[in-house]
Design a protein around this ligand. Structure first.
Ligand code: FES
Length: 102
């Protein structure tokens, strides 16, 4: 059975901002890309850095620990094709950024 999770209120994240949200025992990275919200796994594949606390430039987030970069729409690592963070489609539900976990 799938689980819907409301991660945060839309108005709490302005364009260009990032957030780390802990829910359902996981850490999610949430991004506002020019008004479109994106959610990927918040734990960097390199050494566990907090991608929700990274720097967002357009569609690309830079991990604050050692600088690995990811496309926040796909979760794809920018240098290595074999590394891709899990990403989730986002819906706005009752003014909240919402995802569905399988
Ligand atoms: S932990 Fe993210 S780049 Fe090292």
């Amino acid at each position: 059975m799938s689980t819907r999770i409301q991660l945060l209120a839309v108005e709490s994240l302005t364009p260009g901002e990032t957030a780390e949200v802990v829910a359902e025992g996981r850490i999610f990275a949430v991004y506002n890309v020019d008004g479109e919200f994106r959610v990927i796994d918040g734990i960097c594949a390199h050494a566990g850095g907090p991608l929700g606390k990274g720097t967002l430039d357009g569609n690309i987030v830079t991990c604050p620990w050692h600088g690995w970069q990811y496309d926040v729409e796909s979760g794809q690592n920018c240098l290595t094709e074999s590394i891709c963070q899990t990403s989730w489609p986002v819906e706005i539900e009752n003014g909240h950024v919402t995802i569905e976990l399988p």
